[in-house]
Design a binder for this molecule. Sequence first.
Ligand SMILES: *Cc1c(COP(=O)(O)O)cnc(C)c1O
Length: 401
Amino acid sequence: MSEPSKDPETTEPPTGGNKIEPGRGRRNAENSLPTPIFQTATFTFDSAADLAAFHGGESKGYFYSRYGNPTLAAAESRLSGLEGADASLLYASGMAAVSSVFWALLGPGARLILLGETYRHTRDFAESLLSRYKVDVEILPENTIRVLEKVSESPVRVLFTEIPSNPTMRVPELGRLAEWARGRGAKLVVDSTIASPVLLRPLEHGADLVVHSATKFLGGHNDLLAGAVSGSQPFIDALLEQQALLGAVISPHTAFLLDRGMKTLGVRVERQSETALRLAEFLNGQKQIKCVHYPGLESHPDHETARKLMAAFGGLFSFELNGGPEAADRLIDSLRIPVLAAGFGGTESQAEHHSRMAYADIGLEGALARGVVPGLIRYSVGLEDFEALRDDLAEGLKAIA
Ligand SMILES: *Cc1c(COP(=O)(O)O)cnc(C)c1O
C-alpha cells in the first residue's frame, strides 16, 4: 500500500474497512461455503400457524424477495462490516440508491445542497426530478467546506458530497462537513464510490449515510450493476420499507456476484491505488501534460486532507494535456491497454476523454459549463502491471508530442 503519513493530531492512522470475520459458526443450511444464490421470488410456509408465527415475529425467515432474500442479506452484511455500519441495503443500481435516499429524506420545500462536483446523473436527478417535487436544490461550486460558509441561513435538510469527487478527485474535510451539517440540523450523505470502504469510512467521520455505486469498485469486475446505502439500523429499516414500494431491488444472482467481488476488494484497491500513484507521478513529469488530478500528488489541492482521511489514494485519476481536446482524442486512440468504455473501478484499466464519454449530448461547451474541462482524460487503473500501463502511456504521449 502506498504510504500516506499519519495525521499528527490523531492517534489512530486512517482506517479502511478490511474487517476479518471469523469463518467458524457461520454455516448455512447445506453448509455451502459461499451463501447460495436463492433464486426465488417467494418463500413458502408449512401452515397457517407457520405463516402467523412469521407475521407475529415469533419465527425468523423470508417472505417475498422484494422485502429481503438471504443472498442479499449476506452481501449487505459484508458491506456493513466493511463500512463499519449498523446496516446496509442493496439496490438495483447506484442511481437507485442515490435517488432512494433523496426520496426518503426530501420533500416539498426541503433544501438540498450538492457540493460542486458530483456524478452527472446525481445532479441531473436533483435538478430535473427533485425540483419538480418542489425540493429546493442548491449546487455549490466546489467540494470544500469553504463554499458552505457562504450559503444562506435558511434550513438545510441534506448536505450531499462525493469523496473523492468525479473527475478531479477533490477530497473535502469530512469532519468539518459533518460538524456544519449538525449545526444546521442537516443530514450528511456521502457518495463514497470512488474511495471504497478500504480507503475511507465516512461514518467514522460523522456522515449519516454512505451511498455507493457498487457497480464500480465494490463489484469490481464490470459485470454487474448495483447500488448500496449504509447507515444506522432505523434509517436502513425505513429505506427497506420504502424499497418495498419503489421496487428497485437487486437480483439474488447480482447480489451473489457483488458479495464475491467484495471478498477481494481490499487487495484490488490496494494494488490499484499503488499503481495509480506511480502512474500519476509518471504523468506529472511529462511535457505533454498540463496537470494531473490525483490526491496522492502533493500538487493536488486536497493532498493534506486526503492523507488524513484516506488509507491510500484510490485507483482513479484524471489529467489534462497541453494540446487540449484534439490531443486527448489522439491519446485515447493511441492507448493499447485501457479499454474505452463508460464506468470505472474494474479489473481492466479504462481511459476516456471524459466530456466525450459522459457529456456527448451537451458537447464540450456544455460539459465545461458543468465544470468538466475539455480534453480532460479520466483513467481508471485496473490490475495490469504498472510497467505495462506506464509504457503504454509513454508510447501514447509520443504520438502527441
Ligand atoms: C457510477 C456512479 C453512480 C451511479 O451508479 P450506477 O450504478 O451506474 O447507477 C453514482 N455515483 C458515482 C460517484 C458513480 O461513479
